[in-house]
Ligand binder design. Structure first.
Ligand SMILES: NC(=O)C1=CN([C@@H]2O[C@H](COP(=O)(O)OP(=O)(O)OC[C@H]3O[C@@H](n4cnc5c(N)ncnc54)[C@H](O)[C@@H]3O)[C@@H](O)[C@H]2O)C=CC1
Ligand SMILES: O=C([O-])CC(=O)C(=O)O
Length: 261
């Protein structure tokens, strides 16, 4: 795999280290890097033996076959379709871009016509396999996620002394208000009941140091209760380490003949 990377932040730099330096993707290498700030892309590219590009078209035509997006929901929406239209597979970190049903339809149409795929890694949560099985015969009745993070990981009052509920409502609204914090609700929506029927609660809690997600679901299969206590990434406490690992795992699993789950 000849990989291109959009976004040189936390997840991006983790992947460059894991793939280009530590050799954790034996069949792949990140050869091209694109970021909003060209000088950042140039510095990071040099450090990890890749090439940086200042415009998206040269990046997409740099000999890559797969693009990893690790930037923002806005960037994913801006470049996602273009990546696919150029005949390149896409792996998305900013899954909030897929909250819009019309956008998802366009993505599916381009994927079919260009024979490419878009992969949505499980990110900082799990249980997607259970939700997918549970809804196979329309037997999934409810899905909710309660996200509890320290104020440093949220756009919250940093001097909070007690926990505070910042949001309660559907995933479709949550991702509009917290596009950098609740991508997990959209991946759960896509596996389960959709962004309007997936309930979200976001709590800023000064008494926790981890990013905690509690996923609850019920249906004809039974009930699900899954709590994940994520360690934050050292350079960006908003992002859980598991989210970066899930992108690496998606790359490692890409094209494998034995698919688990
Ligand atoms: N699916 C999930 O479970 C999770 C998803 N995320 C999402 O993954 C994405 C990446 O996360 P991090 O690496 O922690 O973020 P980060 O903030 O550390 O890095 C983002 C990078 O993207 C660059 N960027 C911003 N706009 C851009 C544009 N228009 N074009 C190109 N580059 C652009 C920034 O300059 C920055 O270097 C974020 O959208 C984040 O919300 C984060 C955690 C969990
Ligand atoms: O990393 C996390 O715990 C979740 C997160 O930021 C997101 O879903 O956007």
């Amino acid at each position: 795999m000849k990989l291109g990377l959009i976004g040189c932040g936390n997840i991006g730099e983790f992947l460059l280290q894991a793939i280009n330096i530590d050799g954790l993707l034996p069949e792949g290498e990140i050869i091209s890097v694109f970021s909003r700030r060209e000088e950042v892309a140039a510095r990071i590219a040099q450090k990890f033996d890749a090439k940086s590009y200042g415009d998206i078209d040269s990046f997409l035509n740099s000999g890559i076959d797969t693009v990893i997006e690790a930037a923002t929901v806005e960037a994913a929406q801006e470049y996602g379709l273009k990546v696919l239209e150029n005949g390149l597979d896409l792996i998305l970190s900013s899954i909030g871009a897929m909250a819009d049903g019309e956008y998802v339809e366009k993505v599916q149409k381009v994927c079919r016509s260009k024979n490419v795929t878009i992969s949505l890694p499980s990110g900082a949560v799990g249980g997607l396999d259970i939700l997918k099985s549970a809804k196979a015969m329309d037997g999934l009745d409810s899905v909710s996620i309660t996200t509890r993070k320290p104020p440093t990981a949220l756009p919250a009052d940093q001097t909070l002394e007690e926990e505070r509920i910042l949001f309660e409502g559907p995933a479709s609204e949550a991702i509009k208000k917290f596009p950098r914090n609740i991508n997990v609700a959209i991946v759960l929506s896509l596996a389960g009941l959709g962004p309007d029927k997936t309930s979200v609660k976001i709590i800023a809690d000064p008494n926790v140091s981890k990013n905690i997600h509690l996923i609850e679901a019920a249906g004809s299969f039974g009930t699900l209760k899954l709590e994940i206590e994520n360690n934050p990434m050292p350079n960006n406490p908003k992002t859980s380490f598991l989210a970066a690992l899930s992108v690496l795992a998606a790359l490692q699993n890409k094209g494998q003949s034995v698919q688990v789950g």
